[in-house]
Design a protein around this ligand. Structure first.
Ligand code: ADP
Ligand code: MG
Length: 352
């Protein structure tokens, strides 16, 4: 892109302190980095695309936060500590000043202010996690942003999706459902009159990572995943990779007071918690011998309150299917498959 170097200098370079493991950051053909002895590098990539993941009128600060948070959350799911970030950005040319109500072109919403707000938000979140932008690529084209995040995990201690075993306890790291409630308000403005609507919208845009909490799970949890698509669909990833099934107690799901007020009852908030996406809480399994220790864990530092909530147990596959399955329980009773599927497809007013 013409003026690419000015653009890189202006928006991306010299915005952060240099980490001691970064010998060369952006400006050369490659970044030069040192992984500490005894650690493995954990790497994850995520892309957001205009028109697919966000719309042109979305707040650029929110887009940056969400895109980067989903990447940071992937490191949390493995028990890794964030270190380095790369950003590939394809973007339209900046819109020129529009004078005399000139006809707006399709990309006239894309201004320097947009990029500035995006970068400010990205660097604020990155700094909170001691995460340094070490390079990237900048091209002309439809707006698309790809982050690659790299972090450290002590060798052999990463938490994967494949380690859940029969009899392990099933946990989540915090309240679920706020993000879904916030999304409902965004999509249906008539719900903005409900209690705590604005708080829940804020929760949707600004979920917290579980980086600190996940460090304390290393060596205790047998498997772990972060909840990006929704508890039941993310739990199924663990079950498939570990070749086990699970019992999930709906009435044990932790939900916020705000979500209960918003949905009108704790039962309905717990139903929303089953499928709510973009929560970035962790779902993990714990062998019986570590249960007491895990039950005492609490998050520290600047995260929202996080602790381990036991919501079920890993079981053998149902005899009939011999496939990974989530068996939903309410009041200690197994729901029949009809009621289960209503819940799993987000059916609104479930009655058992
Ligand atoms: P090359 O031609 O070697 O690919 P570029 O001109 O693309 O180099 O980039 C110059 C420098 O700026 C590189 O060090 C690159 O990592 C950095 N850079 C380019 N785009 C970005 C971006 N979007 N974010 C961070 N660093 C970037
Ligand atoms: Mg390049």
């Amino acid at each position: 892109m013409s003026g690419e170097f000015n653009l890189i200098d202006r928006y991306f370079s010299h915005r952060q302190e240099n980490r001691s493991d970064v010998q060369l950051a952006l400006g050369d053909d490659c970044a030069l980095l040192t992984v500490p002895t005894g650690y493995q590098l954990a790497v994850s990539t995520d892309t957001v695309v205009l028109g697919v993941h966000f719309l042109a009128d979305a707040n650029p600060a929110d887009i940056a936060y969400k895109a980067l948070m989903s990447n940071i959350s992937d490191l949390a799911a493995m028990g890794a500590t964030p270190a380095w970030l790369s950003m590939a950005i394809s973007m339209p040319k900046f819109a020129q000043e529009v004078e005399n109500n000139a006809t707006l072109g399709t990309d006239d919403w894309f201004t320097e202010n947009w990029l500035e707000a995006f970068c400010d938000s990205m660097f604020t979140l990155a700094n909170q996690h001691n995460l340094q932008l070490i390079g990237g690529d900048t091209t002309n084209g439809p707006l698309t942003i790809t982050f690659t995040i790299q972090g450290f995990v002590p060798s052999g201690q990463a938490m994967t999706r494949s380690g859940a075993k029969l009899g392990d306890w099933l946990y989540v790291s915090g309240n679920l459902g706020d993000s879904q409630a916030g999304l409902e308000v965004i999509l249906d403005p008539s719900k903005s009159n409900r209690p705590h609507a604005q708080y829940l919208v804020q929760q949707h845009f600004r979920a917290q990572s579980r980086i600190n909490f996940s460090q304390s799970l290393r060596g205790l949890a047998s498997s772990c995943i972060d909840i990006s698509d929704g508890l039941t669909s993310d739990l199924l990833h663990i079950l498939k990779r570990s070749n086990v099934s699970a019992r999930l107690n709906i009435d044990a799901l932790p939900v916020s007071i705000q979500s209960c007020d918003f949905y009108g009852s704790m039962a309905q908030a717990q139903q929303a918690a089953l499928t709510s996406g973009e929560e970035y809480e962790l779902c993990f399994t714990v062998p019986d011998q570590y249960k007491t220790e895990v039950d005492k864990l609490e998050a520290t530092s600047n995260e929202n309150f996080a602790k381990a909530y036991c919501i079920g147990r890993i079981i053998a596959h149902p005899e009939l299917t011999q496939q990974p399955e989530i068996q939903l329980y309410l009041d200690d009773k197994l729901l029949n498959s009809n009621n289960s599927s209503k819940l799993l497809t987000g059916f609104d007013h479930f009655k058992s």
